[in-house]
Design a binder for this molecule. Structure first.
Ligand code: LLP
Length: 426
């Protein structure tokens, strides 16, 4: 469920007509609904009710400061994967004890930054990384709280580019080696074991891969405890999928997920952490775009939008399907025609959809991509020197620009002409 509905024939974000935002901000733009973000966050809290838990929003899905502030103000934590995300989390006001640091290649500088600013735990992914963190922590006179991300070798049954829990993936350490690795950590004075971490992939639409992975983690918890390790926390990762296509069978709900987690893990008495990103932000955001031209091709009609693959990369990168709807509601029973929906970037990959059935659309109309809140704005680039799309946050009947569109000058100012070229004639 989301809060993007038609009222009086115009698509609204909560109580704000998207046409008002377009008039004030220009297109394209991303718009997020506070109510939807908070609702999804609450669903996870409700799903894990009765267990000691912390929901750590995976900021990589949507890392705008305002969104992180909104989410963290509920008491939630965040999962970060870079020094930049850590800095954003702190700037948004998230206390260090609610920040988890994940990622397969944390640098020493990032480790230092997080130890200085405060950290709930590092999720470690390799032995060289353990050695590095041990050294960094000792050099600062600190002890770093850690879990080890184990790779349970299960098939998450998702897109190959976002599956992470198979042994061929770069993530975590093989679960079969966990005993050895935990024993090594126990001998490192700069590290303190607090639990186990696992994350098997993203856009999962089935609970079974999770169940298999969590069973292995439960078993490992008992083994490691028997060997004297203090396993008090289980970080179960993120990955629960969302329904991109309404007609498709719906992925499991957070409530079902929570019930499965309790069934598999409650007996261990661990604190549970989860790192959802997509399920919180995905359906809480739209990308709104204007139609530049409708072009008649050979046997097909192209809808040329002012948004492109650099603004929403998912269709080009993962063949992802996003629902596209007109901002002005079509008359009931309006005839649908097939459009190839494309952006202006100079490559054929800049295609959002082929043969998409839409009510008749004309130049100047607005369309909205649904389910674009997660991995939308954050994956945008300035390819073709297209300014990053602005982001807007709605709260009931108010809206604010939470990242403005840069001017051409601002984009250009970041480049520098070196001294030896300054006098060169162009
Ligand atoms: N925790 C870890 C360690 C992760 O690597 C990820 C996502 C998450 C949590 C959050 O997963 P989520 O709940 O959002 O599925 N750009 C891709 C998705 C990449 C996901 C990477 N890791 C896409 O647009 O589909």
């Amino acid at each position: 469920m989301d809060h993007f509905n038609y009222q009086a024939g115009v698509l609204h974000a909560e109580d704000v007509p998207l046409t008002d935002i377009a008039a004030s901000v220009g297109t394209p733009f991303y718009v997020y609904s506070s109510a939807t973000l908070l609702r999804h966050l609450r669903l996870f809290d409700e799903a894990l009710e009765g267990t000691d838990h912390l929901v750590c929003f995976a900021m990589k899905a949507l890392s705008n400061l305002a969104v992180v502030r909104l989410i963290a103000a509920t008491g939630a934590g965040v999962d970060v994967v870079s020094g930049g995300e850590y800095a954003r989390a702190k700037a948004a006001g998230v206390p260090g004890e609610r920040i988890v640091f994940s990622g397969v290649g944390k640098t020493r500088a990032e480790m230092r930054q997080a130890l200085e600013g405060g950290i709930r735990q590092f999720n470690l992914e390799s032995e060289p990384e353990m050695e590095a963190l041990n050294e960094v922590a000792l050099s600062m006179g600190l002890v770093a709280p850690v879990t080890v991300r184990v790779n349970p070798d299960v098939d998450a049954k998702t897109h190959a580019k976002i599956a992470t829990g198979k042994s061929e993936n770069k993530f975590g350490i093989p679960i079969a080696r966990a005993r050895e690795v935990y024993a090594r950590i126990a001998g490192m004075p700069g590290l303190r074991i607090v639990g186990i971490d696992v994350h098997i992939g993203s856009q999962l639409t089935d609970l079974e891969p999770y169940r298999l992975a969590y069973r292995k983690v439960a078993e490992l918890t008992e083994t490691l405890r028997a060997e004297g390790h203090d396993i008090r926390r289980l970080d179960l990762g993120g990955g629960l999928g969302i329904p991109y296509e309404r007609s498709n069978s719906a992925p499991p709900l957070p409530l079902d997920y929570g019930a499965m987690v309790k069934q598999e893990l409650a007996h261990l008495g661990c604190e549970i952490e989860i790192e959802p990103g997509r399920l919180i932000a995905g359906n809480a955001g739209l990308l709104v775009s204007g139609v530049i031209y409708v072009k008649e091709g050979e046997g097909r009609q192209f809808l040329i939008l002012d948004a492109a693959m650099n603004d929403l990369l998912r269709p080009a990168m993962y063949d992802a399907w996003h629902e596209i709807v007109p901002v002005r509601q079509a008359a009931p029973g309006a005839v649908l025609t097939p459009y190839d929906v494309v952006g202006p970037v100079c490559e054929s990959g800049d295609t959002f959809a082929r043969g998409r059935m839409l009510p008749s659309v004309a130049a100047g109309d607005l369309v909205a991509f649904r389910s674009a809140g997660a991995y939308g704005a954050v994956m945008a680039s300035e390819y073709n020197s297209r300014p990053l799309v602005p982001e807007v946050l709605v709260d009931r009947d108010q809206f604010a620009v939470i990242r403005r569109r840069p001017t051409f000058d601002e984009m250009i100012e970041r480049d520098t002409i070196p001294p030896w070229l300054q006098d060169a004639e162009a």
